[in-house]
Design a protein around this ligand. Sequence first.
Ligand SMILES: Nc1nc2c(ncn2[C@@H]2O[C@H](COP(=O)(O)OP(=O)(O)OP(=O)(O)O)[C@@H](O)[C@H]2O)c(=O)[nH]1
Ligand SMILES: [Mg+2]
Ligand SMILES: [Zn+2]
Length: 351
Amino acid sequence: MSEALQEFGLVPFFTQQLANTDSLDNRLGRVTSVQRSSITVFCAEGCRSVQLSPTLQQSPPVDRPTVGDWIVMDETLTRIERVLERKSLFKRIGAGSSTSFQPIAANIDTLFIITSCNQEFKESRLERYLALCNEAGAMPVIVLTKTDLTDDTDSYISRARSVQAGVPVETANALDPTSLDGVRAWIDNSSTVALVGSSGVGKSTLLNALAGNSLAATKEIREQDKKGRHTTTHRELHRLPSGGLLVDVPGMRELRVAEVDHSLGVVFEDIEVLAKQCQFADCKHQAEPGCAVLQAIEQGMLDERRLRSYQKLRRENDLASATLAEKRARERSFGKMVKEVKLLKQRKGKT
Ligand SMILES: Nc1nc2c(ncn2[C@@H]2O[C@H](COP(=O)(O)OP(=O)(O)OP(=O)(O)O)[C@@H](O)[C@H]2O)c(=O)[nH]1
Ligand SMILES: [Mg+2]
Ligand SMILES: [Zn+2]
């Protein structure tokens, strides 16, 4: 196994998927960026710009190579022929009216969910990210940036800790390199970390501070509403000079969920445990008698905001998951019809 590829996160999970490692080693690569018209891959020869094979071009967006994917190229090293099975995939429902999954980063070990100590901080946004992270199969770490802008970092820490029991919370002031030890502890030689969060929270600034030089562009946020300016425009996998791989992701405006049923139970385990004690098994926790969830709110054990957030995510998830299931069923029956027409044509040709 090439040392350079190992430094880009190549582990046996991927090489085991190859029939003959020796002959494929030089055709193996990792996707470092995906832009509208080109894909960049790191391989034994260095970085190359490549295209997709016609089959991959026609596959659903979620099956096409995304940042972090391990891929096999053709012999000329100009085309991606195959995407290796992924260890993890962070994805969301595409923005706008889209009803399909958009892959964000593949084969990540850890997700830094980045939020800043100012008015951008919102528990409900973190809950959304955590549900998607759990579904992706990555380890979540909440990173609170801009600690230099508040006198009360502790209150942000305790709010961040309240969104899912046991999730680590780290703090960072990008202007002070000595404040980054906690964050750095999650980065090691061959693991991959993706940086996600709203525009302007300081993802690229953190990447640069960890790298010790300027790998990505950064820009001031708007003074009046503290919103970012969408400075990073495409996802990119960077290798730190000291080792470790970081995926810088553009700020996300919209983070819609679907098929996170199980993960909502993980993030909101406290509510689901309480719900089991409600008098009615189908309790909606609205005004029913004997509702253990409402009782916990009354007693100050559970924040009402958290229940609202849970209910909103459940509704959104149910709706989006049903739409996806319908779409898949439609596609299946269309695929079946196309096959039948082909078969019919073949038979006609023979007679
Ligand atoms: N005071 C302070 N400013 C910070 C810190 N981290 C980032 N900033 C500033 O926040 C602004 C936005 O930072 P970026 O790194 O561009 O934010 P981003 O999350 O990458 O934004 P997008 O690329 O738009 O998603 C810049 O002006 C940074 O200097 C910090 O810890 N403290
Ligand atoms: Mg950025
Ligand atoms: Zn109830």
